[in-house]
Every structure is written in structure tokens, then in C-alpha cells.
Design a protein around this ligand. Structure first.
Ligand SMILES: Cc1cc2nc3c(=O)[nH]c(=O)nc-3n(C[C@H](O)[C@H](O)[C@H](O)COP(=O)(O)OP(=O)(O)OC[C@H]3O[C@@H](n4cnc5c(N)ncnc54)[C@H](O)[C@@H]3O)c2cc1C
Length: 408
């Protein structure tokens, strides 16, 4: 059983590690050999496995249901990539790197995964979030335009800008194909010699500060030098110590049908849009699926394994009310598809990337909190650097901050 004092020791150690760049006990430091098992092939685990493989390690990737499966947070059609992040400069900097990495890998794999539609972020009366974002975007080298409501109304007459004070337009941002990207990462991993198995994983016993193997289906035990658990919304089930730190919440995504031949609500004429004040966002007609709209507000807590994924009447009513206001041309549009997914929220919406408090050979990656997908390739780099002891993960992602909160 975890004692409070050993947690304190861990917190103290992780604070020290966060202050330096080279981390890890001597056994790890600079070790470029050895084997790693990555559990979870979503946006975080898939990229981590690929990046670790590229450092010359032997890597096995495991997933209970497959990369971007219908239960995973990385499942679904599309995810927004945008750099407007309020005062959270770390994520703006990561987006700048992510935009580069997504496009570099797209070219390498000869696949279309990133769609540069531009992103329009609408500010409300309280525009402190948006004002804080601008200098950080400039510093990170992200191109943006600050647009008045009159400018916006002229450019996108299909949007009613009532209640919008001004907007940020990011011309180089857009959206990513989600499930297809997970599959592309797996294919690249396999092509470069990685091993993938579809299997449910249980952490093994921890002795002398190291995990002694992991259990997979059919009572088989697998061993490696290091383990990376990237189990998304399941992290709290896999490690009960994390249960208070990861809350999976029900999120609904709706697709509305536009009039035949009407291009106004497709990416030919509309960017990805985010209504910062009202928390709704949307992606115009990717692969002819219709106009995607979602409410970013956190839904009720759920179990990602057993949740019935049927769109609720409440979500449909709220989306219709919003459409009537902001996209009057879609007021009568029929629902053509719906998806129910989940966010895996950390209490402060920051990600997690840190060692297990009791096992120095185990790393925990997650807490995407509704904004993790775009950062997959950057998290992959960070995980590889952390596992190899080359660079400490950012302080914002420490487990200590969460465990301290839980024990307090
Ligand atoms: C509706 C919705 C909209 C979103 N919109 C955006 C957006 O616009 N932009 C953005 O950047 N992000 C967005 N996100 C967030 C983003 O999708 C997630 O943060 C990200 O995909 C999380 O990736 P992950 O790898 O941590 O988790 P997951 O994708 O859930 O991957 C975890 C994997 O672990 C596997 N697993 C779990 N337990 C075990 C076990 N015991 N053994 C073996 N395998 C196991 C699962 O099968 C799963 O495949 C959105 C999320 C949702 C749900």
C-alpha cells in the first residue's frame, strides 16, 4: 500500500528532477540500448512507441482494442490543431513543433493527415484568454491575424458574429485525421521493425523500485527494461493511485447535413472555428461527413469500457440551439451522424508525463484533457527523451502536482 511518506519522497524527488535537464538514476542515464513496452496505441502511446523505436531500442506496442479504436479518446474522424492557448505558452510552443512534425511525417509517409483550413477563434466580452495568447503565439513563430467582427462578417457571411468581440485567425492551423493518423503511426512503427500486439495489459508487481514484467491476456508475462503506460482514460483503472487524477467525461460530437451542393459549410469556404465564449467548436465537412460541431464543456464522468455511445437528445437540442444562433443557414439541417467519445481530464487540464511514484522503470503518459491529439508527435519526442534520461519532462506534466493535490 502506498504510504504518505513515500509519496512525499517521490514528490520531493520529482521536484528536484524537474529542476535539472538530465534525469533518472545512473542505471538509465544515457542508455540507448534495451527494450521498452508501450501500453496504449492512441495519440500518445503510438507516437511514443515510434520515437522510442527510432532511438534504436527494441519496442513492443500493446493495445487492448487497437489504435484509434471506437472506445479510445483518439478514435473518431478529426481533431483540431490550433495554437491559441491563452497564457499556457508551453502548449503554444508544442503546437509550433507539432505542426512541423505532422507535415514532415505526412510527406515521409505520402499520406494526407493534416488539413490546413485555418482556424478562427472567436473571443467574447471577456477576452483575457485570447489577449494572453497573442504574444506567446508571436514568440513561438505562429502566424496569426487579429480580426475585427466587421472583418470576420465580411469574410465569412455564413457565420453570425453576434456577441463576438474580435477574433484570432491562424492561417497555418487546421485539423488532423484522427483514426487514420493512429493507423499511419502504427504502420510506420511496424515498417521500422516495431512489434505490435492486441492485448489487454495488467501491471506486474513492483519490487526494489522496479516493475517486474506485465501481464497480458492468456496469462502471459512480458518483460522489458522500461514500460510506458499511455492508457488514456483507462489510466485510473490501470493504476488506482491515478484514479482521482484522471476523470473520463462523456463528450458528444454531431454531424449535420448541409443542402446539396452548398459549399458554404465545407472547408472550401470555412475554416475550423472555435467559439471561445460559448465553448462550441466545429470542423467543416471533412471527407463529406457533414458539418461537425461539438460542445467542449466537460460532460458527466463515465466508464470508457462500458459506456453506451448513443447521442443524447439534450446534446442534439443544445447543438441545434447553437446552430440557429451562429450558423443560421444550418438552422433546419438534419443530423446525419453522431459520436460519443470521452475526454481524459486531469484536474488542471495539463498533461501527465512522469515516472511511476514507486517504479523507476515505469513512465506514465496521459491526461490529454480534450486537447491532447495534436500534440502526439511532440509527446512522442518528450517520452523518448524522458525514458532515455536525456531531458526531463516539463514541470507542468509532473505527477507530483496531482498526487500532492490528492493527498492534501
Ligand atoms: C470528442 C473529442 C474531441 C477532441 N478534440 C480534440 C481536438 O480537437 N484537438 C486535440 O488536440 N485533441 C482533442 N481531443 C483530445 C484527444 O483526442 C485526446 O487527448 C487524445 O487522443 C488522447 O490520446 P491517448 O493516447 O492518451 O488516449 P487513447 O487514444 O484513449 O489511447 C489509449 C489506448 O490505450 C488502450 N488501453 C487502455 N488500457 C489498456 C490496457 N490495460 N491494456 C492495453 N491497452 C489499453 C486503449 O485501447 C486506447 O487505444 C478530443 C477528444 C475527444 C474525445
Amino acid at each position: 500500500m502506498k504510504t504518505k511518506s513515500s509519496r512525499r519522497t517521490f514528490l520531493k524527488n520529482s521536484a528536484i528532477a524537474g529542476a535539472t535537464y538530465l534525469v533518472g538514476p545512473p542505471a538509465f542515464r544515457g542508455s540507448l540500448r534495451g527494450s521498452v513496452i508501450v501500453i496504449g496505441a492512441g495519440a500518445f502511446g503510438g507516437w511514443s512507441a515510434l520515437d522510442l523505436l527510432q532511438t534504436g531500442r527494441k519496442v513492443t506496442l500493446l493495445d487492448a482494442w487497437g489504435p484509434g479504436n471506437s472506445r479510445a479518446s483518439s478514435g473518431g474522424e478529426t481533431r483540431v490543431i490550433r495554437a491559441t492557448y491563452g497564457a499556457q505558452g508551453i502548449y503554444t510552443t508544442m503546437v509550433a513543433r507539432a505542426l512541423h512534425l505532422w507535415q514532415e511525417n505526412e510527406r515521409r509517409w505520402n499520406l494526407k493527415l493534416f488539413f490546413r483550413t485555418g482556424v478562427l477563434w472567436m473571443a467574447g466580452t471577456d477576452d483575457s484568454y485570447e489577449r494572453a495568447a497573442l504574444p506567446l503565439m508571436k514568440e513561438a513563430g505562429i502566424r496569426f491575424e487579429r480580426l475585427s467582427t466587421a472583418d470576420c462578417a465580411e469574410r465569412w457571411p455564413q457565420i453570425n458574429f453576434e456577441g463576438v468581440s474580435w477574433s484570432i485567425y491562424e492561417p497555418d492551423s487546421g485539423y488532423l485525421a484522427a483514426r487514420r493518423s493512429c493507423e499511419a503511426v502504427l504502420n510506420a512503427f511496424l515498417k521500422q521493425g516495431g512489434e505490435y500486439r492486441q492485448a489487454q495489459t495488467t501491471p506486474g508487481p513492483i519490487k526494489a523500485n522496479r516493475m517486474q514484467g506485465i501481464g497480458i491476456t492468456s496469462s502471459e508475462i512480458l518483460n522489458a527494461d522500461s514500460y510506458v503506460f499511455a492508457c488514456g482514460p483507462w489510466l485510473g483503472k490501470v493504476f488506482p493511485i491515478l484514479a482521482p487524477s484522471i476523470t473520463p467525461t462523456r463528450q458528444e460530437v454531431l454531424f449535420f447535413g448541409t443542402a446539396a451542393g452548398d459549399l458554404r459549410f465545407t472547408e472550401a469556404e470555412l475554416p475550423v472555428w472555435i467559439d471561445g465564449r460559448r465553448r462550441f467548436y466545429g470542423i467543416p465537412g471533412n471527407h463529406w461527413r457533414g458539418f461537425k460541431i461539438a460542445d467542449d464543456a466537460r460532460g458527466p464522468a463515465i466508464d470508457p469500457t462500458t459506456m453506451e455511445r448513443r447521442v443524447s437528445d439534450e446534446a442534439l437540442t443544445e447543438a441545434r440551439t447553437y446552430l440557429r444562433l451562429r450558423f443560421p443557414g444550418l438552422a433546419g439541417a438534419p443530423l446525419v451522424e453522431g459520436r460519443v467519445c470521452q475526454y481524459e481530464n486531469s484536474p488542471d487540464q495539463n498533461f501527465i508525463l512522469d515516472r511511476h511514484p514507486e517504479a523507476e522503470n515505469v513512465w506514465i503518459v496521459g491526461g490529454g484533457s480534450g486537447h491532447g491529439f495534436k500534440h502526439g508527435p511532440v509527446m512522442g519526442e518528450m517520452v523518448a527523451n524522458a525514458v532515455l534520461g536525456l531531458k526531463a519532462p516539463p514541470r507542468e506534466m509532473s505527477l507530483g502536482r496531482l498526487l500532492e493535490r490528492n493527498s492534501g
